[in-house]
Design a protein around this ligand. Sequence first.
Ligand code: ATP
Ligand code: MG
Length: 596
Amino acid sequence: MEIPLRQYWRLLVRYLKPQWPMALGLSVLLLSSIALQLVNPQLMRRFLDTAQAGGDAQVLLTTAALFLAVAVVHQVVSVAAIYVSENVAWTATNALRADVADHCLRLDLSFHNVHSPGEMIERLDGDVTALSNFFSQFVVRVLGNGLLLVGILALLTREDWRVGLTVSLFAVITVVALARLRNIAVPHWAAERQASAELFGFLEERLGGTEDIRANGAEAYVMRKFYRLMRTLLSRSLKAGLMVNILLNTMFVLFALGTAAAFGVGAWLFYAQVLTIGTVYIVFHYTNMLEQPIQQITRQLQDLQKAGAGIVRVEELLATQSRLQEAEGSVRLPRGPLAVQLEDVSFGYKEDGNSGNGQVVLRDVSFCLAPGSVLGLLGRTGSGKTTLTRLLFRFYDPDTGSIRLSGVGAGDAQFVDIRRAPLAELRQRVGMVTQSIQLFHASVRENLTFFDDRIPDERIVEVIESVGLGAWYGSLPQGLDTELESGGGGLSAGEAQLLAFARVFLQDPGLVILDEASSRLDPATEALIERAVDRLVADRTAIVIAHRLGTVQRADEIMILSEGHIVEFGSRVTLARNPDSHFHGLLEKGLQEVLA
Ligand code: ATP
Ligand code: MG
């Protein structure tokens, strides 16, 4: 077992330091609770011995009262310790969770492409939760229980060295046996957890795809797979449970033997008149008490192993660097419509990790777009249209070449490379409506403003009405406070699209990118969307990935992509008139057939 001690220490210091008074208080509570446990048997012995010697009733009463008092204080201290330790653990792990989540959100999309949401949840929450015990109790518990163990053995040896020796021997055998046995259940638990993770992954995916499953009549198939996964889980749970039982039973037997040994030695020494009856009681009681520290220490060591895996994974995650380097300084992008300039841009998606050169998706793309103009981007599926827009939005950086933006009437010198502008600034000035619109489980207001509460309600309502959702808005039971379902359930495709437009209007960017949904909408909604697009591209530079003729007709410039390079770029009117152009051909054959 490899224990990354230095990493443990770093985490402990980093997350416990801010709450050191609490952590200190916790140590005091845990240590007092241990000390109190050692006191009570001593009182019991005094009581027994006094009673047997026919001692003073007054002494007996005080001893009994003292015993009760210590027991009560012990309980109070224990409860306080649990309370404080939960607090310390949650504060520390929440800070860690927040750090990890924040870090993940900053990572570029090439990271998120290869890590599924389920895996991220497991990392963000599962791994961190495994650390919580480690933060709150590990050091104190291991040290404290070690002390308790030594304390018990010392007290016993003080009573009589033969008793001390017997019990020490028993303790050593038990610790070794438990440490060895503990591990037999671990692989079975890991297998069981794996099976449960698979079951839930399966459930999540299939529930998400309910519509498709029903539509394709795949229920029976899904249920079969479900039963199979359940069966695996059942058999693994049984095995893991059995292993745990073996462990528990071994422990019972060991402790029974220990108690018997303590009784044996106690009886022998009592008849040899070395020990009083009170002392025999104490031997018996302390031997029983050994169970707790021995259990705790082995359990903590096991937790340490679990935490170890978590720590390694969390550190690995925190060490992952985003490929996008945030610009230093604060270059501002101009207000108003933006000019766009791409020069020799080439790009390929990378596999996770590093240089592993994926296929080139864009090759030597160069073009200029004047502020306020509308570019219609055409090309077959997979030709790289969406990829190009992702580069403009800086989800990825191009492998070679540069992307620059500037404002109205700016000379060549005023073009700003988007890598020099802060990401927040860039994403404020560039707006995007994607093919699949992500709506959150939050109020309409929050969905539209992205939780920016500086935007006044009047403005939101104005925008909703201007995109043609006035009637829809009127039907909302709680107006802007109405909660939307996550994923846009309960909204039609057209409504979702219009809401996405409303978002962009509120953001008021200088460049909008519109990845038009290719799904067909009913004519009324289509007309609404047409109108909204008209307003969206007015006074803005726009790049529209068009699937419908109507949208193409709105473009000033046309660019046709094929396998990542530009096969045609020019003014729409000129291209349409030129019978030799690809665009002319496209219009002849009909856009839908070629592009859809
Ligand atoms: P469509 O009209 O179907 O939306 P598109 O022109 O937008 O197509 P892109 O999405 O840009 O096409 O894809 C271009 C190429 O890049 C395709 O071969 C695709 O398989 C690949 N690709 C797209 N996204 C990724 C990704 N996240 N990781 C790896 N490869 C990708
Ligand atoms: Mg696309």
